[in-house]
Design a protein around this ligand. Structure first.
Ligand code: DAK
Length: 261
């Protein structure tokens, strides 16, 4: 396994944990961290032993306080565009990882940090977490998918308010808006994420992966095409041992023993 300067990585019994680790800069996303994340996502995608991923930030204060402003400050228009394109590519890759990804948001999730959380499948926030897209206050717009994922998650009107005002909201407000799935005490954040990961891991692995693909692909299609995609994915389930086991276990009134096959 490669060594990372800006990430911590572990995989314990199928639950992988990525910790973004630049606590002195509140885990701000610089090019090096993004490159490392890009490589690590490739490693995880190819590692069949990883069933669920938890993504969090190191330190007490931040999940990610955004793209690294000191690095971005002097970029030309062309460099800005290529930085955005690279970040978008990394976030798209994360969103389309076959395994489910849970963001455990321990503190500030601002700008690129909020965008990173939105590229995950599920968001659990510490009560101390804060969210926002402060970009218009810096003379830019979100560059890592924020103008696209935020309205898809919370609706157009509410997304535009957050984007136009650059307001920072707390975890309860993020929950009210549907930006996060759950809010927990800070000391329970990782155990709540772990319990959710274990809950998902106990289910049929291919069925979970196919659900993820159907939701992600389907949201970019019209309803008829999405429904057709779902039928294809549904059919594929019948080629798995876990479908046989799941249905046999139901008929035999016992718990299924899934094998991920
Ligand atoms: N970048 C770089 N360093 C950061 C940072 C950031 N985003 N956020 C914090 N830091 C650093 C601070 O500079 C400080 O460093 P030292 O001075 O100690 O060396 C250290 O982290 C601790 O921060 P503070 O001293 O400021 O801590 P406070 O508790 O006082 O304040 C804060 C916490 C999160 C409210 C504050 O740090 C803050 O406002 N940070 C900036 C938040 C922000 O505006 N984030 C959005 C960044 S813009 C695009 C691609 C991507 C994006 C846009 C375009 N294209 C290429 C087109 C995305 C943009 C963004 O994410």
């Amino acid at each position: 396994m490669a060594e990372y300067s800006n990430l911590l990585y572990s995989n314990y019994q199928g639950i992988a944990r990525i910790t973004l680790n630049r606590p002195k800069a509140l885990n701000a996303l610089n090019s090096e961290l993004l490159s490392e994340l890009n490589s690590l996502i490739d490693v995880i995608a190819a590692d069949e032993s990883v069933k669920v991923v938890i993504l969090t930030g190191s330190g007490e204060k931040a999940f990610v306080a955004g793209a690294d402003i000191s690095e971005m400050q002097s970029k030309s228009a062309i460099e800005g565009r290529s930085f955005a394109k690279f970040g978008q590519q990394v976030f798209n890759k994360l969103e389309n990882l076959p395994q489910p990804v849970i963001a455990a948001i321990n503190g500030f999730a601002l700008g690129g940090g909020c965008e990173l959380a939105m590229a995950c499948d599920i968001r659990i926030a510490s009560v101390k977490a804060k969210f926002g897209q402060p970009e218009v206050g810096l003379g830019i717009i979100p560059g890592f998918g924020g103008t696209q994922r935020l309205p898809r998650l919370i609706g157009k009107g509410r997304a535009k308010e957050l984007l136009f005002t650059a307001d920072i909201i707390n975890a309860q407000e993020a929950y009210r808006l549907g930006l996060v799935n759950n809010v927990t005490a800070p000391e329970e954040l990782l155990s709540v994420a772990q319990a959710m990961a274990e809950n998902i891991m106990a289910k049929a692995e291919y069925a979970v992966k196919l659900c993820k693909a159907a939701v992600n692909e389907g949201l970019d299609m019209d309803l008829d095409s999405g429904i057709a995609y779902e039928a294809e994915a549904f059919g594929i389930c019948f080629a798995t041992a876990d479908q046989k086991e799941g249905m046999t276990a139901f008929v035999e009134k016992r718990k299924p023993a899934f094998t991920g096959k």
